[in-house]
Design a protein around this ligand. Sequence first.
Ligand SMILES: Cc1cc2nc3c(=O)[nH]c(=O)nc-3n(C[C@H](O)[C@H](O)[C@H](O)COP(=O)(O)O)c2cc1C
Length: 187
Amino acid sequence: MNSIDSLSPLLQRYSLGGKDLAEPGPSKEELQLIAQAALRAPDHNELIPFRFVIVEGSARERLADLFEAYAKREGKSEESCRIERSRALQVPVTIAVVARIDLAHPLVPAHEQWACIGGAITNALNALHAMGYAGKMLSGGKVRDQILNQAFCHTGETLVGWIVAGTPIKPPRAKTQKSTDKILSWF
Ligand SMILES: Cc1cc2nc3c(=O)[nH]c(=O)nc-3n(C[C@H](O)[C@H](O)[C@H](O)COP(=O)(O)O)c2cc1C
């Protein structure tokens, strides 16, 4: 197999949000593989500065309650509150991404820990894509909401956002290949 063929899942990954995802989502076994892939992110000193919290099945009702209550707190219209609620219910599997950054670590500064978390999110998304699922990393104002933070985080942790995951119900939008001009140079 040549390099282009072997890299094709990485080169063709794309994001799909909740409205373009249907059942089934990844199974418990597949979620274990996704977590294993995330753990392959480069991680200085093996701090594992993140964890995932899975929302699936009936737990989606609890997430829907939280999203709806958030929208109400924000003074959103009844229609917007209903949309927030459906965001949680329509997605087969939601993976909350929680960061646990050790700001006082003597060897590994915070930016290196965040780099690991970015790698973990990317590996998880690539794992979903390689297994025939699709997903999208989402955040928005909800990640700064105190009550939503309390629902997912322990003291000192940060809610990064949610990876929504399921079976794609539409083909990927044709994307032009991004130019490497601005990111690639030789020293
Ligand atoms: C931490 C993080 C949070 C994000 N939050 C949002 C978001 O709230 N809404 C959104 O549309 N895209 C968000 N994105 C970007 C999407 O996940 C996605 O990468 C982007 O839409 C580009 O699509 P692509 O992956 O198909 O290239 C976020 C990405 C990251 C890494």
